[in-house]
Structures are given as C-alpha cells and as structure tokens.
Design a binder for this molecule. Structure first.
Ligand code: CUA
Length: 200
C-alpha cells in the first residue's frame, strides 16, 4: 500500500528523539541564539556594526559627484590619483571600480566626516589596512558612514571582495594628518548614528 499525507504509514515509523540528540539540538540552538544576540550587542559595545546611511544612487550620478568633490578640494596627485583634502565635517566621497579607488583622501585627525562609498561596476570591499574595518561597496547604492580618524598616518584601502583579475592590485590610500601621535590611540570608524535617510 502506498502512503500519502492523508493515509499514514503503518507500523512504527517514528521514534522519539534519543536523549543525546535532544542535548545536541539544545546546545546548537542555544549557540545560534548567542551568535544572533551578539550582532546587535556589538552595535552598542565596542563601536562595531555601525549603522550606515543608505540610499540608492545611479553609478553615473555618483561618478559625477565624486569628480565634483575632487574638483572642489584637490591638493595634488599620488601615483596619478588625485589627492583630496576636504574640510572637516564635510561629506567625502570614495569610489571603487575595477581596479582602483578614487580619490586619495587626506583627512584631519579628530575631525568628523561622512564617508560615502559606492562602486561603478561590481561589488568591491572597503578594508582599511591595518585596521579591522570592513564595508561592502555596492554599485547602485551610496553607503555613508560617520567617521572620525583618530590616528595620524598613511593607511591603505584593500579591496577584500573578489572583483576580477586585477582584484589583488586594487589598493587605495587614506592619509590622516595632525591630531594624536601615531600609536597613541586606535583608529577606525566610530559608531555612527542610526540611519537617518534613504531606503534600506
Ligand atoms: Cu575590487 Cu576586489
């Protein structure tokens, strides 16, 4: 006789779970809940998982905005890439594309900026070396973070999202001048305020 959901199978086809299986299931589920709770926990503790400001953007419009930003505040070039020194407190723009970051940012330690990230082609990854600061750079989205550099020095932007044959060459640069002595404090992104605009 065949079996359907309407006509149950005959005989003993189901047994209660063994005690060991129940214990392992409980442990695994509890651990899942711990990891789940740590994501919001890290938002409030330690300045991790900041809330960005997200909005959709047309890549062409973003490119235009970046070029305007460069035209406004360019102070030189570095390896053919414009170096831009924006005023403290301003919105600053960085664009990723195969296989470069543009422009080079020259920032002041202790000043707050709103850093906008977007891509013109495929997904890239913003990784501020040597710090553990990682963000996705996605075409079609302007993802902005409020940041305050706290340490002077030259930092590298490594692409950490595989984006083609030139991925390993995709290096950018952030220069932080003034402020605290190098090594005195930790650098990186400060926790941003909750998202204030744009669609998620
Ligand atoms: Cu851009 Cu990898």
């Amino acid at each position: 006789m065949y079996t359907t959901g309407v006509t149950p199978a005959t005989g003993v086809w189901w047994k209660p779970a063994h005690r060991a299986e129940k214990i392992w299931f409980t442990l695994a589920f509890a651990w899942c809940m711990v990891l789940f709770a740590m994501m919001p926990f890290w938002h409030f503790k330690g300045g991790q998982n900041p809330s960005g400001i997200r909005s959709r953007v047309d890549p062409t419009a973003y490119r235009t905005r970046v070029e305007q930003f460069i035209a406004d505040y360019q102070v030189g070039t570095d390896g053919g890439i414009p170096v831009v020194a924006p005023p403290a407190g301003s919105d600053i723009y960085l664009v990723g594309q195969m296989w470069m970051w543009r422009p080079v940012l020259q920032l002041e330690a202790g000043a707050e900026y709103t850093l906008h990230l977007s891509s013109l082609d495929v997904n890239h990854g913003f990784n501020l070396y040597p710090f553990n600061v990682n963000f996705q750079v996605v075409p079609g989205y302007d993802y902005a973070l409020r940041i305050t550099p706290t340490e002077a020095g030259d930092f590298r932007i490594l692409c950490n999202e595989f984006c083609g044959v030139g991925h390993h060459l995709m290096l950018g640069k952030v220069m932080v001048v003034g402020g605290a002595t190098a090594g005195a404090t930790t650098a990186g992104a400060t926790p941003a305020q909750p998202a204030t605009g744009g669609d998620r």
